[in-house]
Write a protein of this length. Structure first.
Length: 131
């Protein structure tokens, strides 16, 4: 797998773990997977970042976060952020897979029935700078 393929695989696996009622949402060129510079590490160091819009049934945000947290823990991922919001009920959840250092994050979106999923690879050195 390339880093780009792995990002896509993690995104698909996350959507499946959320449940059958969840689906990819449209909007602003999403989904996309692109290289992104790693802060402070030079022009030749980058990571692959996938950004996806995830639509869930209304009123299911907290259940979605809890189900995904349990799934990621079962896979051995380290939960690195877990925050919940009261109004509207939602939250942010971030995990890291210690086996390959990929990071996954599900963040509350502007509407109650949506999240933004970010999947990123660890930083890599490229023979060709991104700039």
């Amino acid at each position: 797998d390339t880093a780009q393929q792995t990002v896509r695989r993690y995104a698909d696996e996350t959507l499946a773990a959320i449940g059958t009622a969840a689906h990819w949402g449209p909007g602003n060129g999403l989904p996309n997977v692109n290289p992104e510079p790693c802060d402070g590490q030079g022009a030749d160091v980058y990571r692959m970042l996938g950004v996806y819009s995830v639509i869930i049934p209304a009123g299911q945000a907290l259940d979605t976060l809890h189900r995904l947290r349990d799934h990621w823990k079962q896979l051995g991922y380290t939960i690195t952020e877990e925050r919940y919001f009261a109004s509207p009920p939602s939250g942010d959840l971030t995990a890291r897979n210690p086996a390959d250092s990929f990071e996954l994050g599900l963040a509350a979106a502007a509407v109650e029935h949506a999240f933004v999923l970010n999947v990123s690879s660890p930083c890599y050195r490229s023979a060709t700078p991104l700039n």
